[in-house]
Design a protein. Structure first.
Length: 115
């Protein structure tokens, strides 16, 4: 069954950095555009960043442009999200999935940014 395992979250102060990782299992990774999503308490899950199947194209939510960078390693079936200059409003559970998301959401990884 397709599934994703996210890691790398934690608690950081405002202005800090984190690097999230996502391992993808049991699907045609190289054929899929991939994305990171996040869900803050009481809010819907939103798209944060997406990357095309060979990594030539990326897109970001306006709120993270210039601060976050998505990348992928097709050999290892991994997706990464480098997050810099973190702000309290970035606090959320972060998930990876295809950019046209499958029903198979992972547990996510919690990112908490304190003042």
């Amino acid at each position: 069954q397709v599934h994703f395992v996210e890691s790398g979250g934690g608690v950081v102060q405002s202005g800090g950095s984190l690097r999230l990782s996502c391992a993808a299992y049991n699907f045609g990774f190289i054929n899929a555009g991939m994305a990171w999503y996040r869900q803050a308490p009481g809010k819907e899950r939103d798209l944060v960043a997406q990357i095309s199947n060979f990594g030539f194209s990326t897109n970001y939510a306006d709120s993270v442009k210039g601060r976050f960078t998505i990348s992928r390693d097709n050999t290892e079936k991994m997706v990464y999200l480098e997050m810099n200059n973190l702000k309290p409003e970035d606090t959320a559970v972060y998930y990876c999935n295809e950019d046209m998301p499958t029903p198979y959401w992972g547990q996510g990884t919690q990112v908490t940014v304190s003042l």
